[in-house]
Write a protein that binds this ligand. Structure first.
Ligand SMILES: Nc1ncnc2c1ncn2[C@@H]1O[C@H](COP(=O)(O)OP(=O)(O)OP(=O)(O)O)[C@@H](O)[C@H]1O
Ligand SMILES: [Mg+2]
Length: 345
């Protein structure tokens, strides 16, 4: 962590700009924004038509002149101006006024582990454009570990896995810092993509983009474990004729399709454990892995990790908002750092 807790305590607002969702925590108030990172724009006038949930619902259903955009992609702000406009609308007039009243607005934001300087700069510029005089960046992995109450400051190993939309990040932490970490570019989006591709190849069926999640849930009465129903009815469009069609999809085959991207995640966990000093790995056999992030809710993912690693696996209480709540806890000064001053005498 390059930024000190002291500096974070002076921040007024914490922002997590995710590929799927944007979350904002205001000091003294709590979580104020938790909406999809989506904006709908009128391409004729350039005007913003909708943001957040309503804009996401428009995806794939718009006439020519409306474009639905995602200003954050792969964990990086790719369109700074659009990200600013989206955030401005998500915050709303009342909150913006409250924040404007701060003479020197300070903001904290999390960036993915290993984010390159350009990506960090894009995050900083987005918030500076919204009036922040100073922006502190925190590694997502540390914010997540704090957010789910892991004893990060202690000299004991804790393992955190942040399952986001664009990437999965895994780290072993000890004494408030990252010991080893990996960022695997496979997240919820890759899993959705695997389901869509499978239906296209195996059933020549095009699935509406927004039907993927209900499909996952319907498919796995009991998660990506084998106890769910054997098949389920899916509505989509025939690839060749373009007509609406319904097919019975074999759930086992979809589970297999989902497992393919997950192998990359399991490889990443293996790599983190191999790079980790033996004492810390020994701690981990008791403490296990803590899962956070929206994709941690993918039914059965925790069981799969348990099977693959043989370690205990737990899902955080509110996995999707852990990261921003961790930033919030640091802003509120709820985290007491362990003082590691040199011994005198
Ligand atoms: N109940 C659920 N079952 C399965 N997947 C889910 C569920 N809820 C959310 N997800 C998935 O979680 C992902 C969103 O997670 P999250 O909100 O942590 O992403 P993010 O922080 O925006 O992304 P990133 O951190 O990668 O930039 C989406 O891909 C979504 O499909
Ligand atoms: Mg995230």
């Amino acid at each position: 962590m390059t930024v000190s807790l002291e500096q974070l305590r002076r921040c007024h607002v914490a922002v997590d700009l995710g590929a799927a969702r944007t979350r904002v925590y205001v000091k003294g108030t709590g979580l104020v924004v938790d909406e999809p990172s989506v904006a709908a724009v009128n391409t004729r006038t350039g005007a913003l038509i909708a943001v957040g949930t309503f804009a996401e619902r428009m995806t794939g259903r718009t006439p020519d002149y409306i474009r639905v955009v995602r200003p954050v992609s792969g964990g990086t702000v790719v369109d700074i101006e659009m990200a600013q406009r989206m955030l401005r609308h998500l915050l709303g007039e009342k909150l913006r006024r409250t924040l404007r009243r701060k003479p020197r607005l300070r903001a904290a934001a999390c960036t993915p582990h290993d984010a390159d300087p350009l990506a960090q700069r894009a995050t900083v510029e987005t918030l500076v454009g919204l009036g922040a005089r100073r922006v502190e960046l925190v590694d997502t992995l540390i914010a997540a570990a704090v957010g789910c109450g892991l004893p990060v400051e202690q000299p004991t190993a804790t393992m955190i896995m942040v399952c986001g939309a664009a990437a999965t990040q895994v780290a072993v932490l000890s004494l408030g810092s990252i010991v080893t970490a990996q960022r695997i570019p496979v997240g919820g989006e890759a899993i959705d993509h695997a389901v869509v591709q499978h239906l296209r190849h195996a059933h020549e069926l095009m699935l509406p983009s927004q039907a993927v999640r209900p499909l996952q849930i319907a498919l796995h009465g009991n998660g990506i474990t084998a106890e769910g129903p054997a098949s389920t009815l899916i509505h989509g469009r025939d690839v060749a004729t373009g007509l609406a069609r319904s097919v019975h999809v074999d759930t086992a085959a979809v589970r297999d399709a989902i497992h393919t991207p997950l192998t990359a995640v399991l490889d990443g966990i293996g790599k983190v454990l191999r790079d980790c000093p033996p004492d810390l790995v020994a701690d981990l056999t008791d403490r296990g892995i803590m899962m956070v992030g929206g994709s941690a809710l993918l039914p059965g993912l925790d069981q799969k990790l348990r099977d693959a690693t043989g370690m205990p696996v737990a899902i955080a209480e509110r996995p999707d908002v852990c990261v921003v709540m961790g930033l919030g806890a640091m802003l509120e000064g709820k985290i007491a750092p362990m003082v590691l001053n040199p011994l005198s005498g």
